[in-house]
Structure formats: C-alpha cells, structure tokens
Design a protein around this ligand. Structure first.
Ligand code: SAH
Length: 243
C-alpha cells in the first residue's frame, strides 16, 4: 500500500544546517515556531491545544534522500562504528523519512485569524515539513520503568566552553543588528549566548573527529559561530558574524 502525506505546518527554527542541531529534542531549550498551513491554520484545528504542555511533531526528514536503502545504521551516539537495525534507532535515514519530536508547547498564537505555535526544545532544521501534531499524553506516553539499553540516558555535554572576549562583543553586535531583545542573566549572557554555549558543549562533531583539535563552525540564530578546540575537551568560541 502506498500513502500520500501532505504538509500541515512548517517548522521555523534557528537551525539553517544540520551540523550543530542537538541529536534529540529537549536537549537545549531552543525556541521555534510552527507555522500552520491552510486549511490547518484555522483556530478550530487547534482548539483545546492550549491545555497541553508538550506536543509530538511528526515530520519528514526532508533534507535526506527519499529512498534510503540501508537496513542498518551507525548511530553517532555509539561513536559511529557500531551498526544497529534502522528500527532499533531514531536515525534520520529511514524508510519514509518520518521523524517524531517531543517539544514543549510555549504558546498557541492567533494572528490575523491564523494560528502558529511557539515551541521550545526543538531539534529540526528550519523549513522542516510537519505532517501531524499530537498532544503528549502523560498517562500513556510516560513510562517510568522504560529501558533503552542502547542510549540509557541523555547525552551529557562533553565539552567545556568559553567565549573569547572579542567573540562575545561580536555576538552582542550581531544580535543587536538582528533586533534581538533579551535581558542578561546572572552570568552576564543573554539566552541566545547561553544556548550557543550549550549547543557547542554537546559536541556536534562526528565521533571520529572528537579527538582532534581545529576550528569548527555552525550557522544558528542567524549567526555564524566559530569555535576552536583548545584541547580535546575544551572549546573556545572565537568568532561570531552574521550568517
Ligand atoms: N526527534 C526526532 C529527530 C532525531 S534525529 C526523532 O527521533 O525522530 C535529529 C537530527 O535530525 C538532527 O540532529 C538533525 O541533524 C537532523 N534533522 C533535523 N531536521 C532534519 C530535516 N528536516 N531533514 C534531515 N535531517 C534533519
């Protein structure tokens, strides 16, 4: 049997490229927006959703090949050198390219009669097509004694991250240019700067590069962020420019 899916919404996120996106939802509280598409952009389609704290986004890994043929994959989480059956993993190369992300629903907004959702903890590329949205149902979806021995716990941030003084100044200037308004917290950083550090700390580099030094870059929040590996576990953000 073949089925046809249609896009009900588009994810608008700060991630313009795959490199740097957390490997699961909820790891960094990055904000995103779900723009509903007609006819699903009418308040009637989302009536009641404001009573729910978290939602499942069913989406298409649209930037991956449409017919991946491997039966097994090498998850980055396992160092990229152990093969597992595609159905034993949440790998993005999978039949039908369907993904599911559990995100926090921050707000249901109606503007000029059209609805969009504000969410956080998102792990999707900007422009990802959403094919369904469902409320998280704690009594059915939360299982206290659940086990996944392949990935027993959330990945802990593996890198210590600091800002070089001129990179932080450059970041401030770029954010000002982008019209970002947000206060500074106790550590003197705004939310975006804190999240940049959290994204780098999760070490987006492929496992085979994790022992090497060098400079890396990612495009996020409209910024090009560069960092230098000072030691295998110490990253220093060295430059920020407008993407
Ligand atoms: N929570 C989802 C996704 C996990 S994979 C699930 O379990 O199904 C998450 C990774 O998918 C991200 O790190 C990013 O590299 C990749 N990704 C996100 N959006 C994508 C898209 N639209 N196309 C291809 N890959 C994408």
């Amino acid at each position: 049997m073949e089925f046809t899916l249609s896009t009900v919404a588009l994810a608008r996120t700060p991630f313009r490229e795959k490199f740097g996106i957390p490997r699961q939802a909820g790891l960094v509280p990055v904000r995103g927006r779900i723009d509903m598409l007609p006819p699903w952009d009418q308040p009637e389609a989302l009536n009641g959703l404001e009573q729910v704290s978290h939602i499942w986004l069913d989406f298409i890994f649209h930037q991956n090949p449409s017919k991946p043929e491997q039966l097994s994959v090498r998850p980055p989480r396992l160092g990229g050198n152990r093969r597992l059956g595609v159905f034993a993993t949440r790998a993005s190369f999978r039949p039908n390219r369907l993904g599911a992300s559990l995100v926090k629903l921050e707000a249901v907004c109606v503007e000029a009669g059209n609805v969009h959702l504000e969410v956080s903890g998102i792990d999707l590329l900007d422009g990802t097509p959403i094919v369904d949205i469902k409320p998280y149902l704690p009594y059915a979806d939360r299982i206290d004694d659940a086990v996944n021995a392949i990935a027993p716990a959330a990945p802990v941030p593996t890198l210590a991250v600091d800002w070089q003084a001129q990179a932080l100044l450059a970041c401030r200037a770029c954010l000002q240019e982008l019209g970002y308004v947000g206060g500074l917290s106790g550590d003197g950083l705004c939310e975006i700067e804190q999240q940049v550090m959290q994204l780098v700390a999760l070490d987006p580099r492929p496992a085979y590069k994790q022992s090497s030094c060098g400079t890396y870059a990612m495009s996020v929040f409209g910024l090009n962020v560069r960092w230098v590996m000072q030691t295998p576990t110490q990253a220093s953000i060295s430059d920020v420019s407008l993407a």
